[in-house]
Design a protein around this ligand. Sequence first.
Ligand code: AHR
Length: 522
Amino acid sequence: MRKSIFVFLAILFQAGIIATAQIESSTPVNQLVIIANHAGPVISKDIYGHFSEHLGRCIYEGLWGGTGSSIPNTYGIRNDVLFALRDIKVPNLRWPGGCFADTYHWRDGIGPQEKRASIVNTHWGGVTEDNSFGTHEFMKLTELLGCDAYINGNVGSGTVREMAEWVEYLTSGSDSPMTRLRKENGRDEPWKVKYFAIGNENWGCGGNMTDEFYTNVMRQFSTYLNNYGENRLYRVACGPSDFNFAWTETLMKDGASRNRFQGLSIHYYSLVDGWNNKGSATGFSEREWFQTMRANLQMDQIIKGHKAIMDRYDPQKTKGLVVDEWGNWFDVEPGTNPGFLYQQNTLRDALTAAIHLNIFNQHADRVKVANLAQLVNVLQSVILTRGDEMVLTPTYHVFRMFRVHHDARLLNIDLRCEDYAFGDRKIPSISASASVDKDGKVHISLANLNPNDQITVSCPVIGDTFKRITGEVLTASEMNAMNSFEKPVAVKPADFKGYNYKDGVLTVTMPSKSVVVLEMTK
Ligand code: AHR
């Protein structure tokens, strides 16, 4: 192990990246070498994006109460949720699905709310969708959040014309039937729309297509998604889920297809024991904790696989990988509608968030957008609501702590650490990434995946020295600690003092099952 760190440092030395190789005479078991004077690619802030689907209580109750609601709101959007989301600096928000997107006909959701068509949400609980939250309400939400819109178009049951006209309605400033319609509905100026997806999971709920069929359909739809005025659409082609590399190969190998999108989406949900044994979000043993972490870490392999294909056809890295659905998927909370996918959120989910965000940071050269599923009241949410109450989940706190990486530049690291073993399986006990921001501050985010033991990691920080260090930690005494409506702040970040910085080496002792973010200022 010691030899490989020497090799790593020697390479950096020869490349002129570091002037002196600082390495302790006997390499500690847990060592994270950080090269502080050689910034890599920008970590797109859009890696920290979110997803809001017409599913369960995400939109209705979670985000939207309507202007007549007794819950304080701005244009119908809950103030408590809005203000909490501003604090994590949501960079982009995906809408209206998910599977719902390929059943959504945008014209149902414009015009006077009382006249909008009611439909049945066939994917999610069979409930009636009154379309009171539609295009104008979503765009207002993005404006209030100060984030980019990520709209997912309907390929599965929609038409090319319908999708093309939605883009025109949203973004055109010229006189046309669509822009006149928008103006009649109260919006004179076109909006800016950054991300636009051409279907969702078209291999499944989005039309059960084959990769070749979808590739042709995507080429057709994309042809009519125009850039109006100064708006530039980042078109996202529907990619596969998990390890389905063949789908990515099909989309990437065809030059005519490659020319029609800027991003390629992949989905991956972490499951404890497969789709039939998802397990409880809150009642779990160490075995399920371990299985979850193990599943989370697979995201790295999945990205590497898709990235290798993209690198072959797009070595200049002009196309982004868009991980627009990720997170833990557990059984719904007992007594809730199975179609609503409502799950609680514990310290385990906080570790999941840290692991994923560190992985996305590390792949900043290719991963340009990622969206946690989902924002409020569905799957691994950052916020839960009950009536007029709101709870910030452990996952929320990780997104707040990791804000420091938004648009910062990735730092090269080399991590060697002990394993966390359970039964006859093992995984690395530490997850990490580091970045330098525009002010020269270095941020290191770490997670100790071991729920039993604290861990000390020695971090030689090479190429620069620092005067001030601060830190935050998120942990709890129980693996399944959570924020409930009865105890809403049981899990919250605290100041972290478990570090020492001497002779250019930062030594950090993390509690068991914790997430730590450190800031180093020159
Ligand atoms: O996030 C829930 C669902 O999971 C989405 O609607 C779909 O895209 C995925 O299968």
